[in-house]
Design a protein around this ligand. Structure first.
Ligand code: AMP
Length: 617
């Protein structure tokens, strides 16, 4: 008998989940399903995402619902729209062989009318984010008086996001005798209090040690000088040609800077942060989920609830401010039994924070060395060799050309031919990396290191500032310099390099002048739009370009991301830039098939504020 049947799950559901690849229950499913199926307990499950907890509560819910009745019987609350959609889709998938199951997803950032219509049609399981749920309850558009089960998923995240009051209000509309099942990755005092307040004698299950980073995750840290951080990060990526990663930054601006620089340097990256509209976020997430995007650069808040399988690396480009967040970040990899690596790129002064994180996750970090240029070249070369060896050959299409190709190589030995194919990419990496510096910093670099200052000039007397005006506002560098000086009263001599972008720009200014500039621009508006100036996070425009960065050389590059449409095989060290050549002459195109212009006004890493603007005179 199928082990899920043995746990008490009916055949129709087992058939559906078998199609999803669930062969045997995960540990949390094994323990929680029989408990929850009894329907008579409150429950607290301490489990990370990726442990299979959606099915742990979803399958019992499907068993306990009375499908002859079409009113809300179960309510699942979760922190984010992404998670909400995911849970509702998962439950629908588990139930696909059952007739008359109605699951509705209720979340903000989408038209409420459609959700109201869905509810009106009849629903047994509501999966919701708290804000929108409360809105619908306040409109008296749903009746929770017959709800029998409430699931609070990622309870710690919901509290982190300030949903405490909303949850209280929502739960007050449900009957006292309902059962509450709470899942949380961590168990801070606030979550304990919720458990105390809403539950009677809950059964508790802990999957792994509390707060423990997933056992499948290895934790590594690299020490670099702040000014080398971006170059070091790229080297790590180059050393891992198959990477499919999430990169965490501290600020929205930093995510954008990094994503934009990566795209410029030929990588397949985009950013996800709170300034994007819901539609833009969905687009980025879809590309990432579909694996048409290799590196997702995100803030903690934006990445909440992201649940994508097969993430190979989580990179902490900046350490989280809250150590607890490290667990959430690293939990994005090593899911569903896969292994994953969580990397921190730090400066020498931050080593104590690694020790603090180790205490929280109960696991040791490995100190890793930034690979040397030669290591990268070797890794890329063998990545390429491996790829050539495993490439799928389309005999039907290629056969017609084979005689001509054979002719071309008639005078060469097999060894010569192989050497030439390998050299095609090898030379480019070799040229680029042959003089690459050692990027590892030592403990001696402590104190001499600085996060700020001009990395372009290596001059820490300057601070890099962001301004939300750029070339689309018809500014030239000179215009912008004048504009900055006029509004802040500083002299042009105090301003360093100006880096004009489309809808925003960066400029360097002497450290002593920063406050003057920021206060000078406090209430300045440009054609009705508030001008924003902020100290930039660590900018991402230093030195190294990807793999030599000579994009022109890539044109014939047959190895780039052979499969735009899809399978993981599209990733190999060479894809980023390679896609440019596949645009059919339409200028820059990334995996999404959008032009740089479209990207800069849309969801892309280069957009700030989204809309394109003209300067009206
Ligand atoms: P979750 O923790 O619910 O977000 O699940 C993480 C991932 O594991 C999801 O992609 C699930 O589809 C998958 N999953 C859940 N349970 C199983 C199982 N028993 N066997 C294989 N995959 C599973």
């Amino acid at each position: 008998m199928n082990p899920f049947n043995e746990l008490g799950i009916r055949h129709d559901i087992v058939n559906a989940i078998t199609e999803l690849g669930f062969e045997k229950p995960t540990p949390i499913q094994e323990s929680a399903i029989p408990l929850l199926l009894s329907g008579s307990n409150d429950f607290v499950g301490l489990a990370q995402t990726g442990t299979g907890k959606t099915a742990a509560f979803g399958l019992p819910l499907l068993e306990l619902i009375d499908y002859s009745k079409n009113h809300p019987q179960a309510l699942v609350l979760c922190p984010t729209r992404e998670l909400c959609l995911q849970i509702s889709n998962d439950i629908k998938n588990y139930a696909k062989n059952l007739p008359n199951v109605n699951v509705v997803a209720v979340y903000g950032g989408a038209a409420i009318v459609n959700q109201l219509k869905d509810i009106k049609r009849g629903v047994q399981i509501v999966v919701a984010t708290p804000g929108r749920m409360l809105d619908i309850l306040n409109r008296k558009a749903i009746d929770f008086t017959q709800v029998r089960y409430v699931v609070l998923d990622e309870a710690d995240e919901m509290l982190n996001m300030g949903f405490q009051d909303d949850i209280n209000d929502i739960l007050s509309t449900t009957p006292d005798e309902k059962k509450t099942w709470l899942f949380s990755a961590t168990m801070p005092r606030e979550v304990r209090e919720i458990a105390k307040k809403y539950m009677t004698d809950p059964k508790e299950l802990t999957m792994g040690k509390q707060n423990t980073g997933n056992v499948n995750i290895e934790h590594e840290f690299y020490i670099v000088k702040a000014r080398d951080k971006y170059a070091a990060f790229k080297r790590i990526v180059d050393f891992n040609p198959e990477i499919f990663g999430i990169v965490f930054c501290r600020t929205k601006i930093e995510t954008q800077e990094i994503a934009e620089s990566l795209v410029k340097d030929g990588y397949n990256a985009d950013s996800l942060h709170g300034d994007l509209s819901q539609q833009q976020r969905d687009k980025v997430m879809k590309r990432y989920r579909d694996k048409n995007l290799q590196l997702l650069i995100a803030t903690d808040v934006a990445a909440r609830g992201i649940d994508v399988n097969n993430v190979t690396h989580v990179i902490n480009y900046a350490l989280p401010d809250e150590i607890e967040n490290y667990t959430h970040r690293s939990g994005r990899t090593g899911r569903a039994g896969k292994t994953g690596i969580s990397i921190c790129i730090i400066n020498a002064k931050e080593t104590h924070k690694i020790r603090q994180i180790e205490k929280v996750i109960g696991k040791q970090f490995t100190k890793a060395e930034i690979p040397s240029g030669f290591d990268v070249v070797e890794k890329q070369l063998f990545g390429l060799v491996h790829k050539v060896h495993n490439v799928e050959v389309n005999d039907k299409q290629i056969d017609q050309y084979i005689p001509r190709i054979m002719d071309e190589f008639a005078d060469m030995s097999k060894e010569d031919i192989i050497k030439r194919f390998a050299s095609l990419e090898f030379n480019r990496f070799l040229d680029y990396y042959k003089n690459a510096p050692d990027l590892n910093a030592t403990a001696d670099d402590r104190g001499r290191d600085t996060e700020r200052g001009s990395r372009q000039t290596g001059n820490s007397a300057y601070t890099r500032l962001f301004i939300n005006l750029g070339s689309v506002d018809d500014f030239t560098r000179g215009d912008l310099l004048g504009y900055i000086c006029n509004n802040s009263g500083i002299s042009g001599r105090n301003v360093g390099k100006i880096d004009m972008k489309g809808v925003f720009s960066f400029f360097e200014v002497e450290n002593e002048q920063v406050d003057k500039i920021i206060s000078g621009f406090k209430s300045v508006d440009f054609h009705g739009r508030a001008v924003k100036i902020e100290v930039s996070g660590e900018a991402a425009s230093s030195g190294e370009r990807r793999g030599g960065g000579n994009r022109g050389e890539r044109s014939g590059g047959g190895y780039q991301g052979g499969s735009r449409s899809g399978s993981g095989s599209g990733y190999g060290g060479y894809k980023g830039g390679g896609n440019r050549e596949r645009s059919g002459g339409g200028g820059f195109r990334d995996f999404s098939g959008k032009s740089r212009e479209e990207r800069s006004s849309g969801s892309g890493g280069s957009s700030r504020g989204g809309e394109r603007r003209r300067r009206s005179n």
